[in-house]
Write a protein that binds this ligand. Structure first.
Ligand SMILES: Cc1ncc(COP(=O)(O)O)c(C=O)c1O
Length: 398
């Protein structure tokens, strides 16, 4: 007999890359990047907490203060009664930091990309079905809503020649056009050529949407990401509070018209409960201290360069990474899992990434660095990698 439960079980049974949830605990209060898993101490190289702000005393105390003042829940959408007056102050601060006329805070990065793009691509509003030119490696949240709204053309990752070929092909077509890209790609740790994208967007009269999620905190003037440096020429700058800014939630920087439009059209804003005031407290503190964290940013970049140098010397393929995110591209899924397990045994926790997150044959372990890693954490990491490399060289596997 037909059973839905069987359908889902069949999917699980036939999935060559099953995912599972693993539990971790924070190991010590003071040591940001140390986790416990089944009584084993692990140094965390998976975290997006690039500046260690998730445990920063000011974020914690402001979060407590706001929870006490406003409660832990917003109790409704911002369009109903969940729009605490603090939003206005935060959005003004954000707009200034992003060099944009306006800003809008949304639930999560995932929700922001899905629902902002869904609203922007509305063909009833635009008069025609739009064309979307999207980098091949854009995050899942940028892809989810666009296929039902637009004709989507994916260009090869960071390949502006390919993008230009596609733009050229459709240059006579009168449909509205959008380019979607990230400034720093989360699986590769490489960067987009923003001036090149801007030049093409201008030449082909195309709306430019940049997801700056992995650059925020780390790159750019005062840590506000790469995109604000080119703000005038980017229509929407999207960023998150959930990575380098240590807490949760997302924002966009845009024109006043776009902000007003999204308040009327963006379902993720209209039909979803506003952020918890405790989170707004953490956001407020992160906005306040971000410009002061220049030493942390420098330390992070120095450590990333040190590790890249070490990878080069050990013939480790890290692709085109030029940021604080470094993949070790191994290729085969089983081999990647073996290396990852070996590293975990040595107390180094990286993220094993397999299809569908990356194409078959490009499996990898992704290491994310944080300024909260101590010198001894980094040394431990290098020693563990060195040991794995030596044993792979002697046995051709681990
Ligand atoms: C490029 C990019 N955009 C958006 C998101 C989603 O952000 P959030 O975790 O705040 O939902 C992610 C998350 O990993 C991301 O990598």
């Amino acid at each position: 007999m037909f059973s839905l439960e069987n359908c889902y079980q069949n999917f699980l049974d036939s999935n060559p890359y099953p995912r599972e949830l693993t539990s971790y605990d924070i190991a010590h209060k003071g040591l940001h990047m140390h986790l416990m898993h089944q009584d084993k101490l692990l140094i965390n190289f998976c975290s997006n907490d690039y500046l260690g702000l998730a445990k920063h005393p000011l974020l914690i105390s402001r979060s407590q203060e706001y929870a006490e003042k406003f409660g832990v829940g917003a109790a409704s959408s911002r369009l109903v009664c969940g729009n605490f007056s603090i939003y206005e102050q935060l959005e003004n601060q954000l707009a200034k930091a992003l060099n944009k006329p306006a800003a809008l805070i949304l639930g999560t990065g995932y929700q922001a990309n899905i629902s902002v793009l869904e609203a922007l691509l509305d063909s009833k509003v635009l008069g025609q079905k739009p064309l979307v030119f999207c980098d091949k490696l854009c995050h899942a949240s940028m892809l989810t809503s666009i296929y039902s709204k637009a004709h989507v053309l994916r260009f090869k990752h960071n390949d502006l020649n390919h993008l230009e070929t596609l733009l050229n092909k459709y240059s006579e077509v009168n449909q509205p056009k959008f380019i979607l890209a990230e400034s720093v790609y989360s699986m590769e740790g490489d960067s987009a050529n923003l001036p090149g994208l801007i030049e093409l967007a201008k030449r082909y009269h195309t709306f430019l949407y940049i997801d700056d999620a992995h650059a925020v905190g780390v790159c750019g003037k005062k840590g506000w990401g790469v995109a604000p440096e080119f703000a005038e020429e980017i229509d929407i700058i999207m960023g998150t509070f959930s990575k380098g800014l240590g807490s949760f939630g997302a924002y966009i920087g845009c024109s006043v018209t776009l902000r007003n439009y999204l308040v009327n059209k963006c379902k993720g804003l209209i039909y979803s409960t506003g952020l918890s005031p405790a989170i707004l407290g953490a956001i407020s503190a992160a906005i306040e201290i971000l410009p002061q964290l220049e030493n942390e940013r420098q330390k992070l970049i120095m450590n990333a360069n040190k590790i890249r140098h070490f990878f080069q010397q050990n013939a480790i393929n890290y692709g085109n990474s030029n940021t604080h995110i470094l993949p070790w591209i191994i290729g085969d899924a089983k081999d990647t899992l073996r290396v990852s397990q070996k590293l975990t045994e040595m107390g180094v926790l990286g993220t094993t990434i397999r299809p569908p997150s990356v194409p078959t044959g490009l499996c990898r372990i992704r290491f994310c660095l944080s300024s909260a890693h101590s010198d001894s954490d980094i040394q431990h990491f290098l020693t563990a990698i060195q040991k794995v490399c030596s044993s792979r060289k002697s046995t051709h596997s681990v």
